[in-house]
Design a protein around this ligand. Structure first.
Ligand code: AMP
Length: 281
């Protein structure tokens, strides 16, 4: 299995594939891989001649220094998981210096307002960091298709906007959320929960499912007050936001129209911040 730590080496290796017209599938990750990540890779392997997976904890997308510091880094175990899935997957695990060449700063992006909602509002600079690293990675890998999880639905929409605005000829493919048996959305951050917290965190998805059921009959206001009440009754969870938003614009909705809606939540359990979302119609 090939692991590259320098972008120049990866580019040189990919050159003959690009010249031969081989399709390149790309799965960007921050490592600490779980089955959610692996499902993205599986889809890429099925649809492309070669697959590249990047493992890079991108400093510019962290607005909280403690979160960046505590983010798990498990390259060896990650490489083993990837190898177990498919030995031909190419890993790109660069250093911060190789990616940023001494200038660890973000470019500023306008994603037509997508960046101002929810995660953007609560994590200043986050999507500038995401845009910056994804653009760099796309320029290095030059993928035919790139795979992103609906777990980070806002990020998925922003990456679609990025390639549209930058005229990059890359197909962005959204992949369904992988969940633990309890319903908790898989996340590298789940590792930081105690066993008891991890078990209890299934509550988040239960509330989302009940919100979906209620959304079919009730007003948006009424669904939101149901959710607020549930969290009041479970004070170990501290919600940062719960929104029902238009899937395309991500603008929070107040009245139901003939559009696609999704419920989005960010909630703290202890000092771990968890996000999830669910399609409502
Ligand atoms: P991360 O390593 O957290 O940056 O995630 C890398 C990619 O995997 C992103 O496109 C995520 O949306 C996706 N991902 C993370 N967790 C899940 C999950 N539970 N289900 C599906 N995709 C996921």
């Amino acid at each position: 299995m090939l692991i590259f730590s320098k972008k120049a080496d990866l580019k040189a290796h990919l050159q003959h594939h690009i010249q031969a017209g081989t399709t390149i599938g790309f799965v960007p990750t921050m490592g600490a891989l779980h089955s959610g990540h692996l499902s993205l890779m599986q889809q890429s392997v099925a649809q492309n001649g070669i697959t590249v997976v990047s493992i890079f904890v991108n400093p510019t997308q962290f607005n909280n220094p403690e979160d960046l510091e505590k983010y798990p880094r498990t390259l060896e175990a990650d490489a083993e998981k990837i190898q177990g899935l498919n030995r031909d997957i190419i890993i790109f695990a660069p250093t911060v210096d190789d990616m940023y060449e001494g200038h660890t700063i973000s470019q500023h992006y306008n994603f037509d307002g997508l960046e101002n909602q929810m995660e953007g509002a609560h994590r200043p600079g986050h999507f500038d960091g995401v845009g910056t690293v994804v653009k760099k990675l796309f320029e290095i890998v030059q993928p035919t298709r790139a795979y992103f999880g609906e777990k980070d639905f806002q990020q998925l929409q922003i990456v679609k906007k990025l390639v549209e605005k930058e005229n990059m000829p890359i197909q962005i493919i959204g992949c369904p959320i992988s969940r633990e048996e309890s319903g908790l959305a898989m996340s590298s951050r789940n590792e930081r929960l105690s066993a008891e917290e991890r078990h209890g965190a299934a509550f988040i998805y239960q509330v989302l499912q009940e919100a979906r059921t209620r959304f079919a009959q009730e007003s948006i206001d009424s669904v939101k007050s149901y959710v607020a009440q549930e969290f009041k009754a479970h004070p170990e969870f501290v919600p940062e936001y719960f929104e029902i938003a238009d899937e395309d614009t991500l603008i929070p909705a107040t009245l139901k129209e003939n559009r696609k809606y999704r419920a989005f939540i960010a909630v703290f359990l202890g000092n771990v911040r968890l996000i999830d979302n669910i399609s409502l119609n």
